[in-house]
Design a protein around this ligand. Sequence first.
Ligand SMILES: N[C@@H](CCC(=O)N[C@@H](CS)C(=O)NCC(=O)O)C(=O)O
Length: 229
Amino acid sequence: MLDYKLYYWDLPFRGNFIQLFLEEVEAKYERHDATDIYPERSLKIKNPGMAPPYLYECKSKTYFAQMPAILMHLGREYDYLPKRADTHTIALKTILDCNDVLMEITNFNGMVMWEKGSWEEFRYGRLPDWMKIFEKTGLEHGLKSDQGFLLGATPSVADIATAALFGTLVHSFPELQTDLQENAPHIATLCQRVEARPHIRPFLERQRQQHGKGYCGGQIERSLRKMIE
Ligand SMILES: N[C@@H](CCC(=O)N[C@@H](CS)C(=O)NCC(=O)O)C(=O)O
């Protein structure tokens, strides 16, 4: 029996946050194109949401929107949330940080295309600061280069989100690998370890074989590539 239906485009960007998690826990799910809901049906579903990703949970017959809410829901369902209240809050904060980085790197969903000046300000200003934030969080919770996770000894939704953010970014834009290595060396190896997990690795291999370095698509991806490559 099917557990979930994920509505997103055939691109990693925000979808992989959910898809890596579903793969990790071996949930039975189908990916459907985002256009099955967005934009025409967005207001008609139960618990309407403004934009993809949408996750339909078969057992509760419920739609969930907003990537961080979806991940927190799945984290609870599959016991991938820290037990302590403060660490649980840091897990949510980490996913929200990821979503902020996605907004910033796409210049607020492609509202304005990148130009050399603004891109360099971001790449050498806020982006390294974001990377350092993740690195410091990991180190504060005992992350080592070859062991440990972002928020302690066991994997949580925060690790899936971190890998979906930075693992995807450096795969799609290998030029940024040095930036990550310099500013967040432990996060760089954490992403590699999460991407190598037994149920995640085959999924990423298939996805990357099919879609190469595709990231968020559209004009904004072209604008990003013009800046970086
Ligand atoms: N805060 C939402 C943002 C959703 C979002 O911006 N989705 C993008 C694709 S990744 C989109 O389809 N935007 C079009 C729109 O907002 O109408 C989330 O985290 O899920």
